[in-house]
Design a protein around this ligand. Structure first.
Ligand code: URA
Ligand code: ZN
Length: 386
């Protein structure tokens, strides 16, 4: 689609939608994840991840607390017209939708294949009437076994609006460094489907201490989510997955968690590790984390400030960072229409690339504005949105 007159395309690569078929599935459940009415208003509440500040892990948590055990399920979680209204209000031209966490992780093996087909087809159908504005990252039936996962990857590559897959940090149940994931990574790379890597599980409850509950969701969402991603991706890197599948591409949520900031320390720890040395892995031509950051890893821009964004750009390069909002999470508490997750993340890009200053030159010597690259051009190029 053409950007509105006078400005370049704005693309949101971190934008969630829960199709109604998925919500209906969660309504039938009593264990997390579930959807159920929350008293006294009986508004529907989406509880999509374990409580991090209490030992309760089931729907019982909802009955003993005044605070809903998750998010009130406003229509912007599932209604595409709300998504489009959000995009129009914030001048977002294109969104790449992803099923929100915890995706299909919880499904029993027997139903994983059919539900993945249902949810991915439903999402493709949601996008199709707005084919120049809505694309999506599909969800994989990770509990279904290798052949079922590979079949869904093959199918996704035929769906008009699919541009990758969304995945959590659990993988097949043993993390992203699991060798059993290599055939999956290879199939995704061969199909040119990047992984959108997103956290859900956070860190173990005791990390937050006995007063963790006093701080609401602040610690798990700001630090738990980001450390979860950082650890998962570092494990993937250390396992050699990028050597096994050099074409593997991963778009990492929340600007890569802490990875851009900590990559130097990870590298130093590798260089000083006796076990690594004894395994003969300290070769001069080994793949470094810096190499992976610049060749296999893309970072979204959902970091809310110029300091983090600048670090992300420094680590992966200005052509590998892509704007996002995390809509509909981070809705304004006052119920207003303007989401700070839009304005803060956009302003961070502008702070890093002040108006009128060229950020880089491409291979042909043409100057590109870093603001335009991060706000949309990178996503259009990488995800083939035109
Ligand atoms: N952002 C998400 O994407 N998921 C959550 O559960 C919370 C914030
Ligand atoms: Zn998100």
């Amino acid at each position: 689609m053409a950007a509105r007159a006078g400005r370049k395309l704005v693309v949101d690569v971190h934008s969630h939608l829960y199709p109604t078929a998925y919500i209906d599935l969660l309504k039938k459940r009593t264990d997390i994840p579930y959807v159920r009415p929350f008293p006294p208003t009986n508004q529907l509440c989406l509880c999509n991840r374990p409580p991090q500040n209490t030992s309760k892990t089931s729907a019982d948590a909802a009955t003993t607390s005044k605070v809903p055990p998750g998010r009130i399920l406003h229509p912007h979680y599932y209604d595409v017209s709300e998504k489009l209204a959000f995009m129009d209000h914030h001048q977002i031209d294109i969104s790449v939708l992803s099923l929100g966490n915890p995706w299909l992780d919880f499904l029993p093996a027997e139903t994983a294949a059919s539900i993945a087909v249902e949810i991915n087809d439903a999402t493709n159908d949601i996008c199709l009437p707005h084919a120049d504005r809505l694309f999506f990252f599909g969800a994989l039936p990770l509990s279904g076994g290798e052949s079922i996962i590979l079949a869904e990857i093959a199918r996704l590559s035929t769906l008009e609006q699919a541009r990758g897959i969304v995945m959590g940090t659990g993988g097949l149940g043993d993390g992203l460094d699991d060798p059993q994931l290599i055939p999956i990574y290879r199939a995704l790379a061969d199909a040119h489907l990047p992984i959108f890597l997103h956290p859900n599980y956070g860190l173990p409850g005791p990390v937050w201490g006995s007063r963790g509950g006093d701080y609401g969701q602040i610690l798990p969402l700001s630090l738990g989510f980001t450390m979860e991603t950082t650890i998962a991706l570092t494990r993937l890197f250390l396992s050699g997955a990028f050597d096994a599948v050099p074409e593997l591409q991963i778009i990492v949520a929340h600007s890569g968690g802490c990875l851009p900031f900590l990559a130097g320390r990870v590298e130093a720890c590798i260089e000083h590790d006796k076990t690594w040395e004894a395994q003969g892995k300290l070769t001069s031509d080994r793949t470094t984390l810096w190499h992976a950051l610049r060749n296999n890893i893309y970072l979204d821009g959902v970091i809310f400030d110029k300091v983090g964004l600048r670090t992300a750009i420094e680590a992966s390069g200005v052509d590998r960072v892509m704007f996002g909002t995390d809509h509909p999470f981070f809705a304004p508490l006052d119920g207003g229409k303007t989401f700070p997750a839009m304005t803060l993340n956009r302003d961070a890009v502008r702070d890093v690339f002040p108006e009128g200053e060229d950020a880089t030159k491409d291979a042909d010597g043409n100057s590109n504005d870093g603001y335009d690259l991060v706000m949309g051009e990178n996503a259009v190029r990488v995800l083939k949105l035109r």
